[in-house]
Design a protein. Structure first.
Length: 310
């Protein structure tokens, strides 16, 4: 049973596609749909709880989706199912290829400069879903759970704007929320955080993400060795494709920690395997001295204004 409703409280697209404007939401002639993309992370969960219990939106006006990349933790999948059962039904969007199948098709893993994983596994499925709603005659308002205190770039974003990529209005209702408020709304409605947080994860989303920080890699290797084994097998499969793609970027670890030699147009180059990166994740700053515990901050690795991974 849902908690009683409360009174309403008073992230990779080119900049050229976004227009900021001083916008209010007028009374629409066509039915308005409020779209929320859920990742299973704390911010998108908080967004869902706000939309269902505190926004004043009717349940039938909500369209809630989850983009399944095929590279999520089983704990995240379980958390999304819990939200779907206890808070509001969530539609799972399945791209034609999952993360690893897409990498094999591209003959490489994604990178910071070629982040086709976010584009094809999250942004495109979301765009298509919203376009289908628009084609039915709905006015659509996309909602994002990103917060200004996560990064300077996000602090510059407006609360409302027109989004040229999604083709609809964008609303960021949690933009000025604190982390304490995010956890408070979980507690207010009896929804536990994604279990990954209790195990030491700073963020959830792809598990791991190609942008994962040192402490996150250390955490995954320590608690979920099966994920490392999967990446090791996938890296080796590239030996029959082009022989040089590794999950993490060449510069992820110091040169002395890179064990694989590949041939490029510029000649030989050393790159790190997943095992190199895991060994490096156990070291202190400088990558030389090993230590048992590592700490890291909670800021996002990328500044996407959509928050699809949070």
């Amino acid at each position: 049973m849902h908690p009683p409703a409360m009174a309403r409280r008073d992230a990779t697209t080119p900049a050229t596609e976004i227009k900021s404007l001083d916008m209010h939401i007028p009374s629409a002639q066509l039915p308005t749909i409020h779209h929320l993309g859920i990742s299973g992370g704390k911010d998108s969960t908080a967004l869902l709880l706000w939309a269902v219990y505190e926004s004043g939106y009717t349940p039938e006006s909500l369209s809630v989706t989850f983009c399944d990349t095929g590279n999520e933790s089983e704990l995240t999948y379980a958390h999304v199912r819990l939200l779907s059962e206890r808070v509001h039904p969530i539609l799972w969007l399945q791209p034609p290829l999952d993360f690893y199948a897409l990498a094999r098709k591209k003959k490489r893993f994604p990178s910071a400069k070629a982040r086709f994983c976010t584009q094809e596994l999250k942004m495109l499925p979301t765009q298509r879903h919203i376009q289908s709603l628009l084609s039915q005659g709905h006015d659509v308002i996309a909602h994002s759970g990103i917060r200004a205190d996560e990064s300077p770039a996000r602090a510059q974003l407006p609360e409302r704007q027109w989004d040229g990529y999604l083709g609809c209005k964008m609303y960021r209702p949690l933009l000025h929320w604190t982390l304490e408020e995010v956890w408070a709304i979980h507690a207010r409605y009896g929804i536990p955080p994604n279990p990954l947080y209790a195990l030491g994860a700073k963020r959830v989303g792809c598990f791991p993400c190609i942008m994962s920080r040192k402490a996150e890699i250390h955490h995954i290797a320590r608690h979920f060795p099966g994920r490392i084994e999967r990446i090791r097998a996938e890296e080796r499969s590239f030996d029959t494709i082009n022989g040089q793609s590794t999950f993490f970027a060449r510069t992820k670890v110091p040169l002395c920690q890179r064990s694989k030699t590949v041939i490029t147009r510029q000649g030989e180059m050393k790159v790190p395997t997943i095992d190199d990166v895991v060994r490096w994740s156990r070291t202190s700053r400088g990558g030389q001295q090993y230590e048992l515990e590592l700490d890291d901050d909670d800021r996002p690795n990328c500044d996407s204004q959509y928050g699809f991974c949070e």
